[in-house]
Design a protein around this ligand. Structure first.
Ligand SMILES: Nc1ncnc2c1ncn2[C@@H]1O[C@H](COP(=O)(O)OP(=O)(O)O)[C@@H](O)[C@H]1O
Ligand SMILES: [Mg+2]
Length: 589
């Protein structure tokens, strides 16, 4: 149970007050008893002297009293006190409380303390219990006698008489003490409230500070310890607030850096639990739950990555840099660099940075493939040119017919070399962004007609049909004439090349602000697995057939590059043995 400070203070104050009151009560009551006794004694003394005078006036010539019993009763009645007359030898002569016959049973009083004192000083007193009347009594005795002592006159007052008097006083004392107690209770309560109020205020401010609210400040300006404490609290609050702001800013900065990082980042503790995982890495491994505090193997289920973590945490390696091929959720190649976190010579965890190097590796591979392909493609015609020209030089010229045939082959191969080199130069220009394209509004119809004209002879020679369907509403396109011609020539060349029966249909239409050119043939078609690959460099469905037909495998990749640089698109729909439709879209002007 929580007891408030001001109640505690009130309680302590009250205890002190009660203690003080008790002490005062006992002191006062003892002082009062004493003063009452003294008053009583003084009055008894006075009354004894009156009694003594009276008795002395009654003394006979032998210094004796003739009727002590009557005298004792007279004095007793006058003074309203028990009166005893005792002879000098201690024999009780008379007692106002006793009958004369009872006196015979009374023992000698000589050794009573008040009598002994009176013998010594003339006056004696004593307080004790009287068996005769069964109560506490105050006895006081004097010696009387004219020339020599004749006897003792003794008065006895019941103490209850004193008690009664004291009780009245005591009631007053207790009453005032209770009043003092109630007043001091109220007073101490108010004082405690006043004293503890600033402390209570500071406690509540400290509590809100602990909860992170620094808006409240203690407004206590007193120039004492409480004021000092309030100022210290205020200073502390400002300091903490500043520090928190600083930390918050730093955290924000750090969070911004971490979350905008392209690289994946993971921090694990020494128990291999995830402390931090940035957005890039979560996306990479499709982590859609909160990974914090989870075992890293639960978050990234890859034994190779776990092994990297183990090498840092268990084997205490200082750096691990490794390429890891992952197949889930996507097939990727990652370079992972991992270092330990060491503070005060203790290992606290590890930091892992994931770089996605899939594209880099892919590019390297394509470049290698490209180089191999180019060398191969160039070597074939060069070898053949070299072979045939050597044959001619070594006497082949003598046979005119064969010489003509050889020179024809040399011519064919050099044309092939030329087209290959042209295509390669085009591709190189496109890829290094050196190809200049100037987009102008063009009418596609005359361009198409010119291109078709080039193929008219070969179409006729192959016995193919040709039909062109043009919509009426074809707008101008935004394109580079030279490049668009190149696209059409390449597509028409393929359509003619890969078709032996049937014909070619060309359609131009407007589809959603785009001008779409469809070139359909009834040729050999393309297997479904190859339709996406034919736009890659050097990719040919049937290498030998393409080469025999003078193809380089670069035509469609040039088409794709040109169309994309016009913000258009190219695709193919094909069925093996039935034919293909190549579609190109170009934005209208
Ligand atoms: N109209 C088509 N019909 C069938 N196959 C085609 C057609 N057009 C292209 N192809 C296939 O796509 C490959 C790539 O075409 P392309 O890049 O123009 O190279 P090339 O024509 O020099 O062989 C061709 O080798 C061929 O296998
Ligand atoms: Mg081609």
């Amino acid at each position: 149970m929580k007891i408030k400070l001001h109640w505690k203070l009130t309680f302590i104050f009250c205890c002190a007050v009660v203690l003080g009151l008790f002490i005062s009560y006992f002191y006062l009551s003892s002082r009062l008893t004493e003063s009452f006794e003294n008053d009583l004694k003084t009055s008894l003394k006075y009354r004894l002297s009156l009694g003594k005078n009276f008795l002395e006036s009654q003394l006979g010539p032998q210094n004796t009293l003739s009727d002590p019993m009557t005298l004792a009763n007279t004095i007793g009645q006058q003074q309203n006190l028990r009166t005893t007359i005792i002879a000098m030898d201690g024999t009780v002569l008379a007692d106002s409380y006793l009958k004369p016959y009872e006196l015979n049973h009374i023992e000698n009083h000589l050794h009573r303390p008040e009598i002994q004192q009176a013998l010594l000083n003339g006056l004696g007193s004593s307080k004790r219990y009287s068996k005769t009347i069964r109560r506490y009594l105050l006895y006081m005795a004097v010696i009387f006698g004219k020339d020599h002592p004749a006897g003792f006159l003794r008065y006895a007052v019941p103490i209850s008489y004193i008690d009664v008097l004291e009780e009245a006083q005591q009631k007053t004392i207790i009453g005032s003490l209770i009043l003092i107690f109630i007043l001091s209770l109220g007073f101490t309560y108010i004082i405690s409230l006043v004293v503890t109020r600033p402390l209570v205020a500071m406690a509540s401010i400290a509590k809100s500070m602990a909860k992170g609210d620094f808006s409240q400040k203690p407004y206590i300006y007193s120039n004492d310890e409480v004021g000092d404490m309030a100022r210290a609290l205020s200073y502390m609050s400002n300091q903490i607030q500043d520090k928190i702001d600083e930390i918050r800013k730093e955290t924000l900065k750090l969070n911004a850096v971490i979350s905008s990082m392209f690289e994946g980042l993971m921090v694990v503790d020494e128990k291999r639990r995830v402390i931090l995982m940035n957005l890039s890495l979560r996306k990479l491994f499709l982590v859609d739950f909160d990974p914090e505090q989870k075992a890293s193997i639960e978050v990234i289920r890859n034994p190779q990555i776990q092994d990297i973590v183990d090498r840092i945490i268990k084997n205490r390696q200082l750096l691990v840099s490794e390429e890891v091929d992952i197949s889930y959720p996507q097939s990727k190649i990652l370079r992972i660099n991992a270092v330990p976190i060491i503070r005060d010579n203790t290992l606290m965890g590890a930091v892992l940075v994931f770089h996605d190097i899939t594209q880099v590796r892919k590019l390297e591979r394509t470049r290698q493939d490209f180089m191999a392909n180019v060398s191969h493609e160039l070597r074939t015609p060069v070898t053949s040119i070299k072979g045939y020209s050597e044959t001619l030089l070594e006497g082949g010229l003598e046979d005119k017919d064969r010489a003509k045939e050889f020179i024809n082959i040399i011519h064919q191969n050099s044309s092939r070399l030329e087209s290959l080199i042209n295509d390669l130069l085009d591709l190189a220009a496109i890829e290094s962004n050196k190809m200049t394209i100037s987009l102008t509004p063009l009418d596609i119809k005359p361009i198409l007609k010119r291109c078709v004209g080039i193929f008219e002879k070969s179409i006729k020679d192959k016995g193919l049909s040709l039909s062109i369907h043009l919509s009426d509403n074809i707008p101008k396109i935004l394109a580079d004439e030279k490049r668009i011609t190149q696209v059409l020539l390449n597509l028409l060349d393929n359509a003619v090349k890969y078709t032996s029966t049937g014909g070619i249909i060309i359609e131009i239409s407007l589809k959603n602000d785009l001008v779409q050119i469809d070139i359909t043939d009834t040729g050999i078609g393309i297997p479904p697995n190859d339709t996406s690959k034919i736009f890659e460099r050097f990719y040919r469905v049937e290498k030998s057939r393409s080469r025999d037909l003078g193809g380089t495998g670069l035509g469609l990749s040039i088409v794709k590059h040109i169309v994309e640089s016009h913000h258009g698109d190219v695709w193919v729909i094909s069925k093996v043995g039935q034919g293909s439709t190549f579609s190109v879209t170009i934005p209208q002007a």
